[in-house]
Design a binder for this molecule. Structure first.
Ligand SMILES: Nc1ncnc2c1ncn2[C@@H]1O[C@H](COP(=O)(O)OP(=O)(O)OP(=O)(O)O)[C@@H](O)[C@H]1O
Length: 338
């Protein structure tokens, strides 16, 4: 029996039992009080045709409407369900055509930095991960997800669900407020759980403000945010709202935000965070760093305990430098560095 036939021959109660999400559909369309012991066709006999039209039900199309709703809910759930425990990079070739001879395994909850001279290929590695390369990019690297080789169909299905990318240049094109932006995104991601949605928006907004140098409000238009504020908002959005299990960050250091805190916020969300950086503070805050040379992965260094012990000193140096920068911006003379 196909779905249409099932809907036409069963009572509303039986249909709700077989597909519990249909109760949400009926609540959302204002049809929550239809008697459970009738079929839809019978129950609709007592409802004004115009009222049914208003919620998109006409000419006995209820089965089609229910099917559309169930399929939309399924898509949303499938999106949320994409979980990645392990990402593997199988080495390809460097710019000189030499084999990388390396395999890198990265697990959820880990933060990995990519370091190397300018032009060495850090962004290229991020791009390979973003497109889930299968030996079909200039580096010939292969990316496995949970030990799985991905065929074209799997790559296509995972597109947009797996990876959230925070790149150096981020501009908003829609002229809406921060609140509308977060609400819109939360609605797409979280759907019907309105209560939860409000709490998440509040959490996301305060996280963004904690990361941003200059504070902004929920009424601020996203197009009016500075580069640093936009980045802070997007990082908070990725940490609190986006369900992508892999986060790629291309050089966060120029963003004018609290970078160390930003990485901590992202790491807490059990995602795989991979960032290219020239910043020692960020590099040492990662669990491991991939060193790139001539377009190839030349080394993988696990951050040592001794290195971790240096972080506080580096943070102080960094703060001193930030302080000098902000004094410079304020028009002060820099004749001492206390
Ligand atoms: N293994 C490789 N084989 C061929 N080309 C490569 C390889 N790795 C990198 N490239 C190319 O080298 C160029 C520079 O790489 P990329 O932009 O990734 O450098 P980067 O380290 O991110 O630089 P920056 O620090 O300036 O951002 C790009 O055109 C990239 O496609």
């Amino acid at each position: 029996m196909d779905f249409k036939e099932f809907v036409e021959t069963h009572t509303i109660g039986e249909i709700k039992k077989a597909y519990p999400q249909i109760k949400d559909y009926l609540d959302n369309t204002g049809l929550w009080n239809l008697p459970d012991n009738l079929t839809f066709a019978k129950a609709f006999e007592d409802i004004d045709e115009e009222d049914l039209w208003q919620v998109g039900i006409r000419d006995g199309n209820i089965a089609d409407e229910l099917k559309k709703y169930l399929s939309a809910m399924q898509n949303l759930e499938n999106k949320d369900e994409v979980k990645v425990h392990k990402l593997t990079i199988n080495g390809g070739k460097n710019k000189l055509g030499e084999a990388e001879n390396i395999q890198v395994e990265i697990f959820s909850g880990q933060v990995i930095s990519i370091v190397g001279p300018t032009g060495s290929g850090k962004s290229r590695l991020l791009a390979d991960i973003e497109c889930l390369a299968q030996e079909d990019t200039p580096t010939k690297r292969q990316i496995l997800i949970d030990d799985r080789i991905l065929d074209d169909e799997a790559r296509f299905n995972l597109e947009g669900k797996l990876v959230a990318q925070l790149s150096q240049n981020m501009n908003f094109i829609m002229d809406i407020t921060v609140e509308d932006f977060l609400t819109m995104h939360a609605k797409v991601r979280l759907g019907k759980e309105i209560e939860n949605e409000k709490a998440i928006i509040t959490k996301c907004f305060s996280m963004a403000n904690e990361l941003a140098g200059e504070k902004f409000t929920l009424d601020t238009k996203v197009t009016q945010l500075s580069g640093g504020q936009s980045r802070a908002l997007m990082i908070a959005d990725v940490a609190c709202i986006s369900s992508s299990p892999i986060v790629l960050i291309d050089e966060i250091e120029n963003a004018g935000i609290d970078r160390q805190k930003a990485i901590k916020c992202l790491a807490k969300s059990e995602k795989i965070v991979i960032m290219s950086t020239h910043d020692p503070l960020l590099a040492l805050n990662a669990d491991k760093r991939i060193v790139i040379k001539n377009g190839g992965i030349s080394k993988i260094i696990e951050t040592t305990a001794k290195e971790k012990a240096c972080i506080e000193k580096i943070r102080q140096l960094d703060e001193t430098l930030l302080n000098i920068r902000s004094r410079l911006r304020l028009g002060d003379l820099i004749e001492n560095i206390n």
